[in-house]
Design a protein around this ligand. Sequence first.
Ligand code: NDP
Length: 307
Amino acid sequence: MRVLVTGGTGMVGSAFARYEKSGAIRLGSKDFDLTNYVSCCNMIEQYRPDAIIHLAAKVGGVKGNTDLVGEFFRDNILMNTNILEASRVLKVEKVLSLLSTCIYPDKSAYPLTEEQIHLGPPHESNYGYAYAKRMIHIQSMAYRQQWGCNYIVAVPNNLYGKFDNFHTDYSHVVPAIIRKMHQAKIKGLNSVTLWGDGSPLREFTYSEDIADCLMLLLRDYNSERPINVGNSNEISIKSLAEKIREKIGFPGDIIWDINMPSGQFRKPSSSKKFKELYPDFGFTDLDIGIGSVCDWFEENYPNIRGI
Ligand code: NDP
């Protein structure tokens, strides 16, 4: 199967490098601008894929989602609409697109189960991104109903990995903490300050695991229903920060700035459906995954995206 990975230069897309020898093609925005419909068609016509794993998106942490809310909505809705429409017109057999657990309604029952995705407004901090992402599911379902398109959607939780965005303002929590710890270490600072009180719980999945999960789903999953994917063990932000401090070898203190928001206390996702399909799938231990990203960061610093 010839698989084209959009967003192939990003954090998740880079984890598909291992699949290039079996025919995966990874492309980024410099290859084709997917906010442009003609460009989407050109990409598909040039590579003639049997399937597309659609990862390309405007992605960011709380600040990115808030400051760039219009841009996140516009670019994501354009990319998604264009990719699904061009795939339909040019007869790509299967498209797997990504949603995210952060697009679930702000007020949901826990754990987050797939049928709750549309049952209420998302958190106000990321509604532009969230509504654009939710529409991938609607469009995929509508195309399946009218035209029989085999378009599926997967819902990962918090992802981390090499080639992430380490920008001060627009990164997610793992790259933000790695950057702060490393820079504090090389500057010989006594402490780093992190937002909130560190109590919120989150689930973290290594990008290479997600690549493996998506390849399995591409092969096996053919339902219009979204499917949560990822390691569903929760860990507090405080414990995560301690792990990163240890891996980076920063000897100073962590100061928790309780005047800054901590975020939602927890938002655990149900991985029941994925586990039923793949009971033996093993996720990378967080210590090992975080260790490999910290090593990669230190080896490549400062030639890293967002720095
Ligand atoms: P990145 O920001 O690391 O990568 C985004 C990718 O999208 C890059 O390859 C980028 O290309 C590409 N892209 C952006 N704009 C365009 C455009 N106009 N045309 C073509 N390509 C474009 O994101 P991640 O790897 O973190 O995320 C991948 C997917 O996973 C996304 O769909 C995201 O919603 C989803 N996801 C991510 C989570 C996370 O914690 N990171 C959690 C849950 C879901 P280039 O770099 O060349 O500009």
